[in-house]
Design a protein around this ligand. Sequence first.
Ligand SMILES: Cc1cc2nc3c(=O)[nH]c(=O)nc-3n(C[C@H](O)[C@H](O)[C@H](O)COP(=O)(O)OP(=O)(O)OC[C@H]3O[C@@H](n4cnc5c(N)ncnc54)[C@H](O)[C@@H]3O)c2cc1C
Length: 338
Amino acid sequence: MAGTREIWVLPEIDETAGEVHKLSLGLLTEARRIAGKVGGSVTAVVLTDRTPDHADVFGRYGVDNAYVFRDPLLKHPSPEAAAAALLPRLRQDRPWLFIMGHTALGRGLAPRLAGMLDTGAVSSCVKIDLSPPDSPKFYRPIYGDQLYQEVVFQRSGTMLATMDPRVLNIAPATRTGQFKTLVIEAKLPEGSVRTRHTGFLAADRREVDVSEADTIVAAGAGAAADDILPLVEELAALLEGAIGTTRPVVDGGKIPRERLIGQTGKVVSPDFYLALGISGATHHVGGIQESGRIVAINRDPHAPIFQSADAGITADLRDVLPLLIDRIRRAKENGEIL
Ligand SMILES: Cc1cc2nc3c(=O)[nH]c(=O)nc-3n(C[C@H](O)[C@H](O)[C@H](O)COP(=O)(O)OP(=O)(O)OC[C@H]3O[C@@H](n4cnc5c(N)ncnc54)[C@H](O)[C@@H]3O)c2cc1C
């Protein structure tokens, strides 16, 4: 198959459910779209320690071939184990393109394979433009999503890309078909992989990356005082929300920089964004536009944040936060909210 436009795609498997991860369905859809445009075939690559049956999903998403790489070290595969398993077959097949999710696995695997194959990898890609099909253009956001970088591969060799699965459409193929499955025993030598998966630790939701959080409780300069910040943290814990913040709070050293939201911080898209003591400067608000519901609390009724909010409370945080915490705690105890 060397030299043809074969597209490899790495759907990740939810080990608990034993199913293809929902976010990977967008990757399968994208692989099919690309194959349709360039006249190629789609090979789904599964890394596992058992013999899975994903025929139903792969059939629905128009996969042409499935490679099942099997090895005990591929249960919860590390990028190191995955690269060792895939490399021989990648060298043999030399697929045209290999896309994977911009996940913990994909982020580590793509650059590793790029080094091993002496090719390039585009990270966190949101769009692949196939006009002309011979020379695809890969787009990735830079500078806090303010600009897009266009990347073109200049050398032959497998093009590697990690895709942001959240921006991909999920659409089953119009034709559902038969596909061939090849089980490949990876036979990774004991000791060849230095990293081991030892278990999962439940994340403290307050510490979750703000760009991935469903609920964000954001503390602005008006919420950073020593007598208010503990109340903000208490509220975030009750709401199981991640703590976000603004630049003055980061500059003051009260909350670490990775929690900064806005133009120079992260762009967020939670279902619920609670803005506490935030004025609503455009530099900050630009990073919260994709949020579901925005609620603001500010003592200044003219604060611009209220223009971006679905609901607001004009009040001093010192007065309102203890009441809010008490009300939510009671509602949880009574089973009014989960
Ligand atoms: C190039 C550039 C890039 C920037 N990038 C970012 C960025 O990425 N993210 C970002 O956040 N900022 C950024 N900034 C800074 C931005 O312009 C604002 O200065 C910042 O967002 C303001 O933060 P704030 O709302 O927390 O503070 P302030 O503007 O000081 O607002 C504090 C608010 O708290 C209210 N308040 C005070 N005390 C209380 C209380 N007890 N109870 C209730 N309300 C109270 C006040 O009424 C006020 O509205 C950037 C600036 C520049 C120049």
